[in-house]
Design a protein around this ligand. Structure first.
Ligand code: FES
Ligand code: MG
Length: 592
């Protein structure tokens, strides 16, 4: 232990704080970090310097609890011999950022890379929570490949409205339908919405936040059992303390993201995604993390590994319960145990604990079976995402498990071919166009229509908007048609459960086939062949392509312009493409 408490390695923070070859620079770096009360002993004795990447703020209420939890993280870091340095992450509030929070995932990622690379940090606690904060943090840690552990702030407590569970987002979709039918007032709408947010924390449904944090745990980057602890629980404070302690150990062991986020870990995350009924935003986020880690993972892997796996967790929007009950039922470890026992998980993948997945799951008790079902008796069979392609796009994802008997009755094209559905496309140019025209009777929307929305992808919107889950015209809802199939090059909120063809890549704005579709075209969905096709002749499609001109995109901020010039498609993670070339950058600099 020649190099102080950092273990046998010389920690990279010593290049700043203790470089005998350059006493002048050492003094310069040191003096300003002393000015708020840190001592030379703390900074020069070789103790690991641990960053706390703070995603919470008044602008980011989903993650705001991290502002409080950080005190427990600091306690843990201190008790294990490290020195904490907290720093801010660009806020990404899913429900607060215009035009869309998705635009900021890559911005927060970029700035985190700069911080982790450019400051005296030996390891980092990533404070995760709201939808994009989790992938942004894991993407940054992957690129820099510095020891890192994720700490969720936790879901809100279960919400209640008039004696029934009121889940984040999910209850909003329900309230919108009630408002459209005239059954509630706008004031009651507000009360229902507020009832679903009863405490600090992020969305309590299995939306993108709880899904992505569950997958961070499945990847091995979060302490086992901690993803779903509700924000106000005392166990959340314990998890913060333990994450602080553990990151110091990880620095000493030089246990890095590349040791944990291997191909096997990503395959585990895909399997867990199916079992928990994860948000359709997870495939692009997980693919983005893998690409920044240098692990080959494609959208086809989701089909190959995840599509035939069953749904085990009874959480909204796919099922009944919310995050608090999911945690009490056993949470992510209970789900992983089911998959491991069924031979569908890699038990030898490494985790942040320094133990393998199988070792970490060794003493997990039997879960509450009302919430977490056994693999042999699931809620739904074959519940993962189905990956589709066709004459309009290269790939898209669909949650086939939400197709119900009503959908089958309306769209089945031939009773002898129960996997083939057909409907008439009604095309909208974006969310503004949808809102302006959805109730226009001249569109002829009926119960056999497919609602299509385009120009909502990473380049088109920009950032890719969560707008594909369009609701039918109010007149149709009043007749009892509460959902129509939808398709689009944007995304869908993870809290919505409608049968949609999502994340269509390439998007219309870059010349994807969706740009050529017209209202009145017939669309065929063939689930057995995993194809979606527009039923028009090749020559007609070619003629439309020849006549197509790209839309004029108007940027409102400098970042929108930069983002649009570099972003890829949802099918490949919507990454900043040049950034994916920077792998393991500390290794490249000989600093790891
Ligand atoms: Fe932040 Fe749902 S809006 S987690
Ligand atoms: Mg969302």
């Amino acid at each position: 232990m020649a190099e102080g408490n950092g273990g046998s390695r010389r920690l990279r923070s010593r290049r700043w704080f203790d470089d005998p070859s350059d006493p002048g620079m050492t003094a310069l770096y040191l003096e300003r970090y002393l000015n708020f009360g840190l001592t030379r002993e703390e900074l020069q004795s070789g103790r690991p310097i641990i960053g706390i990447a703070q995603t919470g703020s008044d602008l980011a209420p989903c993650n705001r609890h991290h502002v409080t939890l950080a005190a427990r993280v600091r306690d843990g870091i201190r008790d294990a011999g490290g020195v904490p340095l907290e720093f801010p992450i660009h806020p990404i509030q899913e429900s607060g950022k215009r035009p869309t929070a998705a635009l900021d995932r890559n911005l927060a990622y970029l700035s985190l890379v700069e911080v982790l690379h450019g400051y005296p940090i030996d390891g980092v606690v990533l404070t995760t929570g709201c939808d994009k904060t989790t992938p942004a943090c894991l993407m940054g840690a992957a690129t820099v490949n510095i020891p890192a552990i994720a700490l969720n702030c936790g879901p809100m407590l279960d919400g209640w409205w008039q004696g029934r569970l009121a889940g984040s987002g999910t209850v909003i979709w329900e309230a919108r339908r009630l408002l459209a039918k005239g059954e509630i007032t706008p004031e009651e709408f507000m009360q229902i919405a507020a009832s679903s947010a009863p405490s600090v924390g992020h969305c309590n449904t299995m939306g993108t936040a709880l899904s992505m944090n569950s997958l961070a745990e499945a990847l091995g980057m979060m302490l086992p059992g901690s993803a779903a602890i509700p924000a106000p629980y005392r166990e959340r404070g314990w998890a913060a303390y333990e994450a602080g302690r553990r990151i110091v150990g990880m620095v000493r062991e030089n246990l890095r993201p590349s040791d944990i986020m291997t191909r096997k870990a990503f395959e585990n995350a895909i399997a867990v995604a199916s079992a928990i009924g994860a948000s359709s935003n997870c495939p692009p986020h997980i693919i983005a993390i893998a690409r920044h880690m240098g692990v080959e993972l494609t959208i086809e892997d989701w089909q190959r590994i995840g599509a035939d796996l069953p749904l085990l967790v009874d959480c909204q929007p796919a099922g009944r319960f919310l995050g608090e009950r999911f945690h009490r039922a056993g949470g992510v470890p209970a789900v992983m145990r089911e998959l491991l026992l069924a031979g569908r998980l890699h038990g030898d993948a490494m985790t942040a604990t320094g133990k393998t997945v199988a070792e970490a799951l060794a003493s997990i008790p039997e879960p509450d079976r009302e919430v977490i079902r056994p693999f042999s008796a699931p809620l739904k069979e074959k519940a993962g995402f189905v990956v589709l392609s066709g004459n309009l796009f290269d790939n898209a994802v669909m949650k086939v498990s939400v197709i119900d008997p009503e959908f089958r009755r309306r769209f089945l094209s031939n009773p002898d071919a129960p996997e083939i559905f057909e409907g008439r496309a009604v095309v909208f140019e974006g969310p503004e166009d949808y809102h302006a025209r959805i109730d226009d009777p001249s569109l002829g929307i009926d119960e056999r229509s497919i609602l299509v929305i385009r120009n909502c992808g990473p380049v088109g919107y920009p950032g890719s908007a969560e707008v594909v889950n369009m609701q039918p015209p109010a007149a149709l809802i009043r007749q009892g048609v509460t959902a129509l199939p939808t398709m689009g090059d944007g995304r869908q909120s993870g809290t919505s459960g409608s049968p949609s063809i999502l994340n269509v890549s390439p998007e219309a704005a870059v010349g994807g086939g969706l740009a050529l579709l017209r209202t009145g075209d017939r669309i065929r969905l063939d689930l057995r062949a995993r194809r979606v096709d527009v039923l028009i002749a090749e020559e007609e499609l070619a003629a439309r392509r020849a006549a197509w001109t790209p839309p004029k995109l108007k940027n409102q901020t400098p970042w929108e312009e930069i983002y649009r010039s570099m972003v890829g498609q949802l099918g490949t993670g919507a990454c900043l493409e040049p950034a994916t070339l920077y792998l393991d950058i500390l290794e490249t600099r000989g600093e790891s």
